[in-house]
Design a protein around this ligand. Structure first.
Ligand code: HSE
Length: 436
């Protein structure tokens, strides 16, 4: 006769996601038990803010204020870390793994910076570390890459993996408002944080593309080597031009494997044709496109942020670990590759990437300007595919927008450097890369 396993969980943090994990574990207890075959037991919650303990009706017997109350409890086998990007979160996870406890986290910043040491510690202590909620919230993209696509060689991952910036870009596209106005509205309605830096400067999606890259290819990329641009320089005029040329503007996380195994990993605002699967992804939604040699192209779409959706991913990880514990089987390695097989990525320098470009030159409208710009582009081996200039009175400052055929980044940067020195330039040149 089999015994019903008692699997005890210790939860750190009762914030936006932590409080929802608590709610799911309470409200869906029976549903989860029917799926698992036994109930999950949330034993303790560590939350120093007593207001939150009261707000979420946490019984005194479950409430803790010190990490040791959970970490030193031998009955707790799964630690759920949801306290955010604070040094103590890393300490808690390292400590839990060293004690042979399994870890579930949503902490993309810590995983992007310290993932390798955590994966190594988990392997050494023969425990699992799972982090589905760290990338694209409720979308099961990590599990899909790790397990669903295990048979294939992934060659490309493209993602809209920051809901805040997608909300802002969608607002700018549809309402024809400028960046600052839409950001202020997003902050007012709760779609952007009071300090939006991590989202609008592309830091958050850089963390996420680093994690996606590790899973897609079993290769580690130092997060500070990932090329990053945010969305703050895009103007309503860029949206009007993009529309005219048949493109949407999206902040993309891009990770590609070249035939020689080298990786291109970058985050920047990107023009995608209106016909591209990622073009209609609007508002706070996330979407990730995965391309494999055999599977072709697969698109995942859903809620990438918010307490309840993100908490479903956390609980899915808890369930996976609980199943493994009950069946006494080891889990799938966190990146889907045996730890000894994980490699350091060979990163293609940004200078060596090839792309089509959208170039916005801000110039005084006078004779010879276009000739000078196009001559410099030509000398740098850049071929123009389309061109547009607003018809304003002679002598005004106007943007000239040029789309190029495929060109080398270093040639484009060299041209811009030269063009920006010309005396008819009224502002620095702005570029967007194009992804088809
Ligand atoms: N700040 C993130 C976003 C959500 O806007 O997508 C959490 O990853």
């Amino acid at each position: 006769m089999s015994r019903t396993p008692q699997i005890n969980i210790g939860l750190f943090g009762l914030g936006t996601v932590g409080s929802q994990v608590h709610e799911i574990l309470v409200k869906n207890k029976e549903l989860l038990s029917r799926k698992l075959g036994f109930p999950l037991h949330l034993k303790k919650i560590c939350e120093p803010d007593s207001k939150k303990i009261k707000q979420f009706n946490i019984p005194a017997s479950m409430a803790a204020t010190k990490p040791a109350e959970l970490l030193d409890d031998p009955e707790i086998s799964i630690i759920v870390e949801l306290i955010g990007d604070k040094p103590v979160a890393l300490e808690i996870m390292k400590h839990a793994l060293s004690l042979g406890k399994h870890v579930v986290t949503a902490n993309k910043a810590i995983l992007a910076h310290h993932g390798p040491e955590l994966y190594k510690a988990a392997a050494e202590h023969e425990v699992d570390i799972l982090f589905e909620a760290a990338v694209a919230g409720a979308i099961p993209i990590l599990r899909s890459i790790r397990e669903g696509f295990v048979a294939d060689r992934i060659v490309k991952v493209l993602g809209i993996i920051n809901g805040t910036s997608n909300y802002i870009l969608s607002g700018m596209a549809h309402d024809k408002k400028d960046f600052a106005t839409v950001l202020a509205e997003a902050q007012k309605s709760g779609y952007a944080e009071a300090d939006p830096t991590a989202d609008i400067e592309g830091i958050d999606p850089t963390h996420k593309i680093t994690i996606l890259t590790a899973l897609a290819y079993g290769q580690l990329v130092p997060v500070d080597k990932v090329y990053r641009e945010g969305i703050t320089q895009i103007t309503p005029h860029d949206f009007a031009m993009a529309e005219r040329f048949g493109f949407a503007i999206k902040l993309l996380g891009i990770s590609k494997m070249r035939d020689n195994g080298a990786l291109e990993v970058r985050v920047h605002p990107t023009l995608v044709p209106k016909t591209h699967s990622l073009a209609p992804v609007d508002g706070a939604f996330n979407a990730v496109m995965v391309e494999g040699e055999k599977l072709g192209s697969s698109l995942f779409y859903g809620m990438g942020a918010g307490g309840p959706p993100t908490a479903t991913a956390v609980v899915a990880d808890i369930v996976e670990i609980a199943r493994n514990l009950a069946n006494q089987v080891p889990g799938v390695p966190p990146l889907g590759y045996k730890i000894e097989e994980i490699q350091k990525a060979k990163l293609v320098p940004m200078d060596d990437i090839e792309s089509e470009y959208y170039l916005r030159f801000n110039v005084q409208d006078k004779p010879g300007v276009l000739a000078k710009i196009s001559a410099i582009l030509g000398q740098n081996n850049i071929s123009i595919s389309s061109l547009e200039q607003e018809g304003l009175p002679n002598g005004s400052a106007v943007p000239i927008v040029i789309l190029t055929h495929k060109a080398l980044e270093k040639n484009v940067q060299a041209s811009i450097k030269e063009i920006d020195k010309l005396n008819f330039m009224t502002a620095k040149t702005f570029l967007l890369r194009i992804e088809r």
